[in-house]
Ligand binder design. Structure first.
Ligand code: ZN
Length: 349
């Protein structure tokens, strides 16, 4: 048995709507993949619990939480043009946030070093008072607040590799230094936030690190960003805990995202996060599932993340994939972010 855990519950499959990309099959395919590759045999099962309303309201307005509950009682409906609820979505959403809380409790207790919480609905677009981009409650923000409150942590690093910018997470911690938010995302893309110039405000200035990247960006460029921007900033920040918003919609197969990451790229980003965790915080990492809409591409990418987290040696990689298409424009974008962030952090050349 490895020091790696997973969170899953069949209730996560009960959040569903007809013809929507954020579907229960996403999670079913991930579970099938980690079973079939035997990865699951090496993981500890961390049972989720529902988050309490008090825990959800660490981030969200009471009235909004009530509204989500009421729409579900009435059988569900759309809260914004993209974001649905169904009869059991409220319960699934409480269990999604609570799954992440159970995961950090298990890591803080020392039972496991790292956990991938395979939860739905996703969270990083959700704002305190409204649903957005398939997200009901901001699971990762609730988890960061919980770490601050219950464990008195003062430095939490959130890495967000979803192809979309986590506008909700950024907004919640924009004026604070207790959470450092780092995001790679496709530029000129939903939800339209995440410019390199957005670096935080007041106490939080320098604690938001946005790295917008052009469509077509692949493994090598992501690795360069993680090595040259994330790594030195994280080592200087010395986080006490690392949370990851893991969206596999930057995989080349994704029907929504335009990036070219492969399973090797996901493995590499995980390895760098682990290296930071080893140097800073007793290896503590909790990963939360966000987006990822090609069922097979996402399942393979998640398998690659587990393979690296748990130091297994299964062959989880895809055999063929496209080459990157991004070239000179990338260096300019990278240097632009470095220039902006060098006001706050010492970065490598
Ligand atoms: Zn996404």
């Amino acid at each position: 048995m490895s020091h790696t855990g997973f969170v899953f519950d069949p209730l996560y499959l009960e959040h569903k709507a007809a013809m929507h990309p954020e579907c229960p099959e996403r999670l079913e395919r991930i579970m099938a993949k980690i079973k079939e590759t035997k990865i699951l045999d090496h993981l500890q099962n961390i049972p989720p619990r529902p988050a309490t309303v008090e825990e959800i309201t660490l981030v969200h307005d009471n009235r909004y939480v009530e509204k989500v509950k009421e729409t579900c009682v009435r059988g569900g409906g759309y809260l914004d043009p993209d974001t649905y609820t169904s009869r059991h979505s409220y319960d699934a959403a409480l269990l999604a946030a609570g799954g992440a809380l159970a995961a950090v409790d298990a890591v803080m207790a020392g039972n496991v070093k790292n956990i991938f919480a395979l939860v739905r609905p996703p969270g990083h677009h959700a704002l305190p008072e409204r649903a957005m981009g398939f997200c009901l409650f901001n699971n990762i923000a609730i988890t960061a607040r919980y770490l601050e409150n219950k464990y008195n942590l003062k430095k939490i690093l959130i890495i967000d590799w979803d192809v979309h910018h986590g506008n909700g997470t950024e907004h919640i911690f924009y004026k604070e230094s207790k959470v450092l938010y780092f995001s790679t995302h496709q530029s000129w893309f939903y939800p339209g936030t995440g410019w390199a110039e957005a670096v935080g405000q007041g106490e939080g200035e320098g604690f938001t690190v946005n790295v917008p990247l052009k469509s077509g960006t692949g493994d090598q460029e992501y690795e360069t960003v993680f090595r040259q921007i994330l790594y030195p900033i994280a080592i200087a920040y010395q986080p006490e805990f690392i949370l990851i918003s893991a969206g596999q919609d930057a995989h080349h197969s994704d029907p929504i995202g335009g990036m070219y990451l492969t399973t090797y790229g996901y493995e590499k980003m995980t390895a760098i996060a682990k290296e930071i965790a080893q140097r800073c915080c007793n290896e503590r990492i909790v990963i939360l599932l966000e987006g990822g809409y090609n069922l097979e591409g996402q399942a393979q990418s998640v398998a690659a993340v587990f393979n690296t987290l748990a130091q297994l040696n299964f062959d989880v990689h895809e055999k063929t994939y496209p080459q990157n298409t991004v070239s000179s424009g990338f260096i300019n974008d990278l240097n632009e972010v470095k220039k902006i962030q060098s006001k706050y952090w010492k970065l490598y050349e």
